[in-house]
Every structure is written in C-alpha cells, then in structure tokens.
Ligand binder design. Structure first.
Ligand code: RTP
Length: 147
C-alpha cells in the first residue's frame, strides 16, 4: 500500500490547524501510520530540502522550518501521494483552489502550512529521513471495504 510523508509546518502548528489537517486526511479514508511533534535543527531541514539548495528562497525556507515545532506524519492508502497533494493544494496559496488546505488557510507562499511528498520515490526517502526509528504496524479495519 502506498505511503506519503506529510509535515504540518510551524505556522500550521502555531495556528492550531493540526486537528483540522489530520481530520481532512482521515475523512478521505487514508490511514495514519506515524505521527510526532518535533523541532528540527538546521542540518536536518537542509537535508529535507536538499533538492532546493540552489533556490534563492532556500535560506528563508530553512529558517521557516526551524522556527518552531512541526508535525511529521506518514499516511497510507491508494494513491495517497498524488491525492495528498490535491488535498494540500498548489504551492502558492493564492493559486490553491478553495477546499484545499492551502486554499482555505494560507495566503503567503513562504507560510503555506503544510508539506507533502511529490512522488512515491520522494515519499520513501522522506519517510526514511524523518522516521529512522521505524513505524508502528497496524491495519485499519476500514481498509477491507474502502480498498
Ligand atoms: P512542499 O515541498 O513544502 O510540499 O512544497 P511544494 O512541493 O509544493 O513546493 P516546492 O517547490 O518543493 O517548494 C518547497 C517550499 O518552499 C517554499 N517556497 N518558497 N518563491 C518562494 O518564495 C518559494 N517557493 C517555494 C514553500 O514553502 C514551498 O512549500
């Protein structure tokens, strides 16, 4: 079953959006496989965003991610990577459709509330980076009729 890495960024945590965000993924039918509230340090944030290290906004992005605790999660389900990105909405919240998380709760691209893996390959890498301790194994009883 496909998995994705989802992170509620510091602004999402500070604004009290954790429950709202978890609820949207749960109601869609995806299963929460791992969750932790963590402060990340600069080297870790730089590693997570290594692919963007040449971008002009890279330093600001790292400062933002280390500015407060984030919620790191693994969600599982059919098509969860692509559908998770749809639930999140476009990177620039002003371009995100209403009904998406960014469309409903954000304005600024530099404070866009949430991250979601952009491919199955990235998800595998990000889950290994954020959850080196491994994740608890459980099977939602809903799977038998959802999937
Ligand atoms: P994410 O990785 O956070 O899910 O975002 P994304 O795939 O939608 O967008 P990406 O291009 O990977 O950018 C990562 C994060 O960098 C910040 N950003 N700032 N022009 C800017 O100032 C700018 N562009 C991107 C955003 O926080 C974006 O989510």
């Amino acid at each position: 079953m496909e998995r994705t890495f989802i992170m509620i960024k510091p602004d999402g945590v500070q604004r009290g959006l954790i429950g709202e965000i978890i609820s949207r993924f749960e109601k869609k039918g995806f299963s929460l496989k791992a969750l932790k509230l963590v402060n990340v340090d600069r080297p870790f944030a730089e590693k997570h965003y290594a692919d963007l290290s040449a971008k002009p906004f890279f330093n600001g992005l790292v400062e933002y991610i280390i500015s407060g605790p984030v919620v790191a999660m693994v969600w599982e389900g059919k098509g969860v990577v692509a559908t998770g990105r749809k639930i999140i909405g476009a990177t620039n919240p002003l371009a995100s459709e209403p009904g998406t998380i960014r469309g409903d709760f954000a304005i600024d691209i530099g404070r866009n509330v949430i991250h979601g893996s952009d491919s199955v390959e990235s998800a595998t890498k990000e889950i290994a980076l954020w959850f080196p301790e491994g994740i608890v194994s459980w099977q939602s009883s809903l799977h038998s009729w959802i999937y």
